[in-house]
Structures are given as structure tokens and as C-alpha cells.
Design a protein around this ligand. Structure first.
Ligand SMILES: [Mn+2]
Length: 416
């Protein structure tokens, strides 16, 4: 008997069908963010990364052209089990020689190469307007700016992105999740906290009024507690974005687990929002002391978040996207590890005796629940994971890193 067959029997004793879990997970899309490949650089501007976010590290071999980035994404795809969706930011527009369009003038044609890339690989595309790293960010503000010229520029950018999202969905045949995050805020104590939020609200409303098919384009609003240089006040706070989504049909709340106070947990927020919203979205990351966007690991909170999606039967109601960037280690390894970690967390959640544990809770058998939850951690999950990777045709253990090393030697190290 193989190790997987042995493990399968042990899981079956708890009423868990590991074959069914593997079959299901294979087809659940998870969005892979293009921006891990080049430290959130993009191709449309020479401006340094700004807007409250920051990449640290200077590992060699960063992608600097669309061709390099696409090649790197292909490498990551080849190392990851499961179903990938591509997640792009507007700053990754690809211009023909000599051509340029500012963010308010972006058109579907500037993303044609990405659509070709996605279609050749059977991937859907998610999208994000880019409200940072641009000269039109004035005093740290975009959509909430009191300068009408600035605010207008960014509203036009948002509207352009709705049209591009519609194009992605029509071309790929897969709905496009379009997430709006702007880091608008103030470094020090503001004199007016409501004014910027009212302008932000108006801007959002103008953006989503751009014609689109709600079955194809899913606008989201992402909150944040603070950013670098905007420590005292963020216009798009948790309450602001949540209430916006709750009061605007078709708009989804998006929770980034790096965007809250360090002792707040998105795992607890997922079921809270599922009580009210038909659909919601996640940015999965790992904050170390702050929104540091460390690479996602198979750690406790990651597992807990996946558990809340899986055991509430919400895999078709929660759009899952990765959002981290580390430039201090090999970017391909970082990218791959984060994607694989979330896959592990989902598979792990599917292979827990969720029904049995819930019954213990409802029956008030808390001692037994406590014991069984700990016992479940030591089921032979590694064997199920290895089998899942095999089924998906990728390396199960750390052998995938051999391929990363070879790629670094043959490709990354030769980049100027
Ligand atoms: Mn995010």
C-alpha cells in the first residue's frame, strides 16, 4: 500500500474523503499577483514605489520587461499545483514602441498582450487600478483629494479600469474581480476626517457608475488601517469600505489580512461578512508586526483563514488572491512558496473533521472538541499534499526548489 492509500484510510475513519478534496481543490481558482515578480514596479512609470507601501531587499534577477515577467510567471505556474488566475495591476500596461497612455487614458489594447498570455494558458484575469507611484498623487491623496483636477484624474483611471476589466472578462470568459485600493491618508492628525471620506465615496460611486456587466466585473473595495507616511489617518478605513460595499449593490468588500491591527484576525472576519454579503474577496498575505507583506506560509492564521472559507462552504463566494512581495529572496521561490502555502491551507481545511468538530461545539462538549482539534493536526496531511501535487503534475517536496535554482543560474543571473 502506498503512503497515500494508507493516509486515505486514516482520513476515511473520520469521514473525510481525501480523493474528493483533491478533485475539488484542483478546480478552485486562486489569483496569482504579477507584482511579486518585479517588486510592484510595473511598466508605465519610472516613479519609485510610493503610496504607503514599500518593498525591501535587492535580490538579483528582477523582471524588468513584460517578456521577463511573463517568463517568470510561467516558471511559477509550472511549480504550483491547483488552478491559477492571473492578477494584474494597471501599472503593468504594455505599450508598443514609442506609445504611452497616462493612467486616465488607459485602454483595453494596452493589455492585449496579457490577454493573449492568459488565453494561451486558459487563465482568467483579475485587475486593480493603480492609485500609487504616480505624479498625480498629490499630498498623498488620489480619490479623496480636495483638488478637483487630481480627484477627476483618478476617477477617470478607475473608470478606464472598469472598461478594461470588462474586456478581460469578455475575452477570457471568466469574471474579473476589480479591486480598488487607494492609500489616501495623512501622516499627522487631520483637521477634517469626514471630508476626505465623502470625496472618496463620491469618487467610488462615479467609478462604479461606468457601464459594466455585474456578472462579469466584480468591483471590490479594500480597506487599510495605515501606511508608511500615512500613519495617523486612512480615508479608506475598515468601517468606510465595509459600509460602502454594504450600501452599493454589486460591490464586494475585500479584506487584506495585512491591513488591520496586528491583533485583529481576518479568519474571524470572514464568517462575519459571510452572514451579510453574497460574495467577498480576500488578499492573502503575511504581516510581520505591520503590513510587511511577507511571503505567505502554512502558518496558523493562514490555516485558520482557509478553514473559515472551506467549512462555511464558501469556496464559490470568496474570491481569493495573493498579495505579498519580498525582494530579499529569490522572487520565483517567494512567489511559488506563497501560492503553495495557500493551496496547503485549503487542502488542510478540506481534510479536517469539520462536521464532527462542529457537532462537538454545538453539543457543548468543549473538552472533547479541544482534544480532537489538536489530534486532527497530526493526521498524515503530508501524504495527502504529496498526492495532490502528483495529481497536478508538480513536485511535492522541496525538489521544486532545484528547478528554481536552475532557473536562477540559467535565466535570472544573466539579467542586467
Ligand atoms: Mn492588498
Amino acid at each position: 500500500m502506498t503512503r497515500y492509500e494508507e493516509a486515505k484510510k486514516r482520513y476515511a475513519a473520520y469521514g473525510i474523503d481525501t480523493d474528493a478534496a483533491i478533485e475539488k481543490l484542483k478546480n478552485i481558482p486562486v489569483s496569482l499577483h504579477c507584482w511579486q515578480g518585479d517588486d510592484v514596479g510595473g511598466f508605465d512609470s519610472k516613479d519609485a514605489l510610493s503610496g504607503g507601501i514599500m518593498t525591501t531587499g535587492n535580490y538579483p534577477g528582477k523582471a524588468t520587461t513584460p517578456e521577463e515577467l511573463m517568463m517568470d510567471i510561467d516558471k511559477v505556474i509550472s511549480l504550483c499545483p491547483g488552478k491559477i488566475k492571473l492578477n494584474l495591476h494597471a501599472c503593468y500596461a504594455i505599450f508598443e514602441d514609442g506609445e504611452f497612455a497616462d493612467r486616465d487614458q488607459l485602454q483595453p489594447k494596452h493589455f492585449k498582450k496579457w490577454v493573449e498570455f492568459a488565453k494561451e494558458r486558459g487563465l482568467g484575469i483579475d485587475f486593480n487600478p493603480t492609485f500609487f507611484s504616480h505624479p498625480m498623487v498629490k499630498d498623498g491623496l488620489t480619490l479623496s483629494s480636495p483638488d478637483e483636477t487630481v480627484r477627476r484624474f483618478w476617477v477617470e483611471h478607475g473608470k478606464a479600469c472598469i472598461r478594461i476589466s470588462q474586456y478581460f472578462a469578455e475575452e477570457t470568459g471568466i469574471p474579473c474581480v476589480m479591486n480598488i485600493w487607494a492609500g489616501d491618508g495623512y501622516k499627522d492628525i487631520p483637521a477634517d476626517r469626514m471630508g476626505p471620506r465623502l470625496r472618496y465615496k463620491k469618487s467610488f460611486e462615479e467609478i462604479i457608475a461606468e457601464p459594466h456587466d455585474p456578472a462579469l466585473v466584480k468591483p471590490c473595495v479594500e480597506s487599510k488601517v495605515f501606511g508608511i507616511g500615512v500613519e495617523s489617518y486612512t480615508a479608506g478605513s475598515a468601517e468606510f469600505t465595509l459600509n460602502f460595499a454594504a450600501t452599493h449593490e454589486g460591490v464586494l468588500p475585500l479584506m487584506d489580512n495585512g491591513h488591520y491591527h496586528p491583533q485583529e484576525f481576518v479568519s474571524d472576519k470572514i464568517p462575519a461578512l459571510l452572514c451579510f454579503f453574497p460574495e467577498l474577496a480576500l488578499h492573502i498575505t503575511r504581516g510581520v508586526r505591520w503590513d510587511s507583506d511577507h511571503v505567505v506560509l502554512f502558518d496558523d492564521e493562514t490555516k485558520e483563514m482557509a478553514k473559515e472559507v472551506v467549512r462555511n462552504d464558501a469556496l464559490d463566494r470568496v474570491y481569493m488572491a495573493l498579495d505579498y512581495f519580498d525582494a530579499s529572496i529569490n522572487r520565483i521561490a517567494a512567489w511559488t512558496m506563497g501560492f503553495r502555502s495557500w493551496q496547503k491551507a485549503l487542502l488542510n481545511a478540506m481534510c479536517l473533521p469539520n462536521k464532527q468538530l462542529k457537532e462537538l461545539q454545538d453539543a457543548g462538549k468543549f473538552t472533547e472538541l479541544f482534544v480532537k482539534q489538536e489530534e486532527a493536526k497530526l493526521l498524515p496531511f503530508a501524504d495527502v499534499w504529496e498526492h495532490y501535487c502528483e495529481v497536478c503534475g508538480v513536485k511535492a517536496g522541496s525538489e521544486w526548489f532545484d528547478e528554481v535554482q536552475a532557473y536562477e543560474k540559467e535565466v535570472l543571473s544573466k539579467r542586467g
